[in-house]
Write a protein that binds this ligand. Sequence first.
Ligand SMILES: Cc1cc2nc3c(=O)[nH]c(=O)nc-3n(C[C@H](O)[C@H](O)[C@H](O)COP(=O)(O)O)c2cc1C
Length: 163
Amino acid sequence: MSTAIVYITKHGCTGKASRILGEKLGNDVTVINLKSDGEPDLSLYDTVIVGGSIHVGKIQRRIKKFIEKHREELLTKRIGLYLCCMYEGETAEKQFEEAYPLELRDHACAIGLFGGEFDFSKMNFFERMIVKKVASIEESVSRLDPGAIEEFARKISAADREI
Ligand SMILES: Cc1cc2nc3c(=O)[nH]c(=O)nc-3n(C[C@H](O)[C@H](O)[C@H](O)COP(=O)(O)O)c2cc1C
């Protein structure tokens, strides 16, 4: 079963999460950064996993566009959807719902909220200001959730075995 993990990252966290997920899924997994690697040929994959991160309430526009463009093809495959963000609980779930359209969420065999990181070394002046003001955080912090990534990988592997 060939799997593509297609992601966008702004400060690296979603890239890190995607690589961890790729390792957990094992063989025949291609991890694709939409920005630096370009768009993959989805016909090569049985499973397509899409991930992005939330900045000021929104997922990357490039992920939205990718999903819109490949909507029909994605609905013919096994898919997984995940998000990196710093809010948790209901707020994170709401962000997830706004990031991915309902029909894809319903079609997904795994959905995941993987937590996130504030990495001040990667932020510009304005981003630092926003994070300090909104999150009252002054130093880099990681709240990436390996358990959530593990659980997501387990669901994808289980769906692969059903075929
Ligand atoms: C300027 C800025 C705005 C952010 N806004 C939100 C937000 O609205 N909601 C949220 O849950 N996390 C927010 N975050 C946290 C990011 O989702 C988190 O840093 C994530 O790990 C970023 O992933 P990336 O490194 O792959 O871009 C924000 C982070 C920054 C730097």
